[in-house]
Design a protein around this ligand. Sequence first.
Ligand SMILES: CCCCCCCCCC(=O)SCCNC(=O)CCNC(=O)[C@H](O)C(C)(C)COP(=O)(O)OP(=O)(O)OC[C@H]1O[C@@H](n2cnc3c(N)ncnc32)[C@H](O)[C@@H]1OP(=O)(O)O
Length: 132
Amino acid sequence: MDDINNMWCFACGPQNPIGLKLKFREEGDTYISTFIAGPEHQGYDGIMHGGLVSTLLDEIMARYVYAKGLTAVTAKLEVRYRQPTPIGQELRISGWITSQRGKMYELAGKIALPDGTVTAEGKAMVAIKGDE
Ligand SMILES: CCCCCCCCCC(=O)SCCNC(=O)CCNC(=O)[C@H](O)C(C)(C)COP(=O)(O)OP(=O)(O)OC[C@H]1O[C@@H](n2cnc3c(N)ncnc32)[C@H](O)[C@@H]1OP(=O)(O)O
């Protein structure tokens, strides 16, 4: 999982030509990204594909742990699709750590529209690989 190959991460790799190219920032104890889905990201017309909604949540949570310098993999992911996530609107994706026990972190995340409407919520268990 070296940084050269990580440049091809589907969600955040700058070299992946079909990737989502997410960028991140930390606000307090919350990790944030934004994304505007296009027609190529939809399932039903106008609605982002649920698998990609899951990808956004998976990424914001696991990558927050990775951003802390740890080699992190998602061990478990739960997604609640509250409302259809539209294409063409800026999505605010946020994630935060809720607990840690040994090598296992628990995180929560959500996706919100510009008006604050939450379209999806996630919970994840993120495991640290190796002796870190
Ligand atoms: C630029 C780079 C981008 C960085 C961001 C990355 C974002 C992408 C995130 C991903 O999508 S990563 C890809 C999807 N995930 C994987 O491929 C992970 C595959 N699974 C594994 O590698 C291992 O199963 C894992 C490291 C998660 C756990 O294996 P271990 O051998 O370390 O643990 P083990 O199975 O022995 O269990 C150790 C403890 O954790 C617990 N555990 C393991 N998996 C669990 C689980 N899923 N739920 C609950 N508990 C779990 C397990 O019960 C046990 O508890 P106890 O010690 O109390 O007995």
